[in-house]
Ligand binder design. Structure first.
Ligand code: PMP
Length: 288
């Protein structure tokens, strides 16, 4: 049976419901959701779900698309339209649609989706037998080596920092630098040596980072791959970011403190130049 779903104020067939590929829920996991059970034609714990929905939206700075009374009316209507007396009502609200960018404007039009799942929730066989579980390390989200679209935290912190006059954020964990919101971070010591964080699940294994370390070594620059502290950054003579979109981009201030002499340094400039030259000579031609 084709369900009727709710999408941005309209009731439509599930097969007709389309969300843009530029939706921030899809590109940045910039969305929240709630699931409310229905038993015997009754919404279970609805006020709690409505309250948490508001808290989640407030925390992300997404406008509540409808008032709570309207939210309740929508839950009743979607259950009625789909003949659900037992099952689930799923709702998801994303920040909305814009061209891909970690930075987002204050006012966006949220994407609001609801659908039902008809399901027996009252005859769970596990209520008789019980479940068997396995422990795993808590790591939500500690697998930053995987290039997932779970970019919400980075996007929120970068947007907030941007509104306060910074270009980007630098993540610090236990006093040690991991990386920037969407780039690897490197320093150059007074002795002219490159220091970059060693590879682990603490950071994304940047493709540009790998090339820069290789090219630096080929150019006779000593490169150390190890963790380094915030203090090492502010006492470094240079710092820079690397990424596929920014190549080698100098960083001259951290938390308002000057790095080196506060100007773009010679090693950063040289590595940018070497990288561009190297890639222009080795890049894959688009046309045969
Ligand atoms: N770290 C993070 C978190 C990133 O998102 C990116 C690139 N988008 C990088 C590092 C740099 O990786 P690459 O050089 O492969 O672009």
């Amino acid at each position: 049976m084709t369900r009727t779903v709710y999408l941005n104020g309209e009731w439509i067939a599930e097969t007709e419901a389309k969300v843009s590929i530029f939706d921030r829920g899809f590109l940045f996991a910039d969305a929240i959701y709630e699931v409310t059970a229905v038993i015997d034609g009754k919404l279970i714990d609805f006020p709690g779900h409505a309250a948490r929905l508001r808290r989640s939206l407030d925390a992300l700075g997404i406008a509540m698309p409808v008032e709570e009374t309207e939210l309740l009316a929508l839950h009743k209507e979607i259950a009625q339209r789909n003949g659900i007396t037992e099952g689930l009502i799923y709702l998801q609200i994303s920040r909305g649609v814009q061209d891909r960018d970690f930075l987002f404007p204050k006012a966006m039009e949220p994407t609001f989706v609801m659908f039902t799942q008809a399901k027996r929730v009252l005859d769970n066989p596990k209520w008789k037998t019980g479940l068997s579980l396995k422990t795993v390390p808590e790591g939500r989200w500690s697998e930053r080596q995987i290039k997932t679209v779970q970019l919400l935290y980075s996007s929120l912190r970068k947007t907030e920092a941007n509104r306060n006059g910074f270009d980007d954020v630098l993540f610090v964990e236990n006093g040690l630098i991991t990386e920037a919101s969407s780039a690897n971070f490197h320093i150059v010591t007074a002795a002219g040596e490159l220091i970059t964080r060693d590879l682990s699940n603490a950071l994304l294994h940047g493709i540009t980072r790998g090339s820069i370390v290789d090219l630096a070594r080929q150019a006779g620059i000593t490169a150390h791959e190890r963790a380094f502290t915030v203090e090492e950054v502010t006492s470094a003579s240079e710092a820079f970011l690397t990424s596929a979109t920014s190549f080698v981009t100098p960083v001259v201030r951290l938390d308002g403190e000057t790095i080196g002499n506060g100007k773009v340094g010679p090693v950063s400039e040289r590595l940018l130049d070497i990288y561009i030259q190297d890639q222009l000579s080795r890049g894959v031609p688009i046309a045969d």
